[in-house]
Design a binder for this molecule. Sequence first.
Ligand code: GLV
Ligand code: MN
Ligand code: MN
Length: 415
Amino acid sequence: MIDGHGLCVQLDALARISSQADGLTRLVMSAEHRKANDLVATWMRAAGMRVHEDAIGNIIGRYEGLQPEAPALIVGSHLDSVRHAGRYDGPLGVLAAIAGVAALHQRGEKLAHAIEVIGFCDEEGTRFGATMLGSRAVAGSFDDAALALRDDEGISLAEAMQRFGLDPEALASAARRPGDCLGYLELHIEQGPVLEALGLPCAAVTAINGATRLAVTLTGTAGHAGTVPMAGRHDALCAAAACVLAVEDAALAAGLVATVGRLELRNGAINVIPGEVHFTIDLRAPQDDLRHRTLASLEAQMRHLCERRGVGLKVSKLHELAATPCAPHMIAAIDRACTGLGLEPHHLASGAGHDGMAMAALCPIGMIFLRCKGGISHHPDESITPEDACLGASLLLEVMRAPGLTSVNAASHKF
Ligand code: GLV
Ligand code: MN
Ligand code: MN
């Protein structure tokens, strides 16, 4: 019913839409975003869906249920990528959902509920730093302050939206009403090595770790590398180096994960003392209080390190999402579908962020992880087999069809 090979051929075709030839790079509101939406829209239409692009640039296909305008189970993932990415993180969940709907359409099967497949425009936050712009807009939790964020070229999100053909003033129209959404379901590669080591293809996700992203600016005093004595310097990069190690120490001490993934030295030159450094911190934990406590003590530690060096410190929050549990009835539906397909049910927590974190403000969420080679992701070496693609998409389809999902409706979802 699901052609795993055909699904992989589509994933390969989508991966060719990239701004870089080496690895996949597809950023929100770019020419590649436009091309990807257009290609995915053709596949959605071929699968029997009515298609539109919403006010933030998500591409949405709707497959009606037995009753027109019935509440929908939303199924999907994201179409944007990190820089130098692989081809499965995100697109797998969108194209597998379309393959599931195509199978329903082919055999003329209508469900009690509608299915809406969404290709979210931005989960990674690669271009503007704030993540999940697409799913936040759908969930009604989009923070308008994000419109002022600027990319590396100084283009704001609001300007980028206009160039893409979208009206930032109309953003609120992307938000969905809770009563129209039964739940959100996503298939995603595991991005870790656990399933491969266990010899299992799939697992139900129990919860997604909470995350905070910070932008840090250190301001020292630029000066001549040959004439300013070492003792009198306010070197912003030396302060940054101490801060980066403090991030690592804080994560190790607290037993969570924290990463400085970008660091930029302004006006750097071989013979100039660094005057201004920008870097990012990404910190994640399964418990929100642990994340908050660690961030507070890390910031105090960085302040102390910078004061000692006479370097100014500014920390601003780019993004914060609480740890998000998956709904027990969605986990149970995934377990039942696994058993139905002869797969052993298994549960895993997610260390990576996913659109479900934003969608949980709107409706109950469920996630399926699919094993990937070596647990590698955010890298061109990301890999899955066509057999696993078929299994993952078949499992997704069985959960989409599960009658249990419609018996717990969105009205009973606790915010
Ligand atoms: C997205 O992949 C994230 O977890 O940063
Ligand atoms: Mn990712
Ligand atoms: Mn992803």
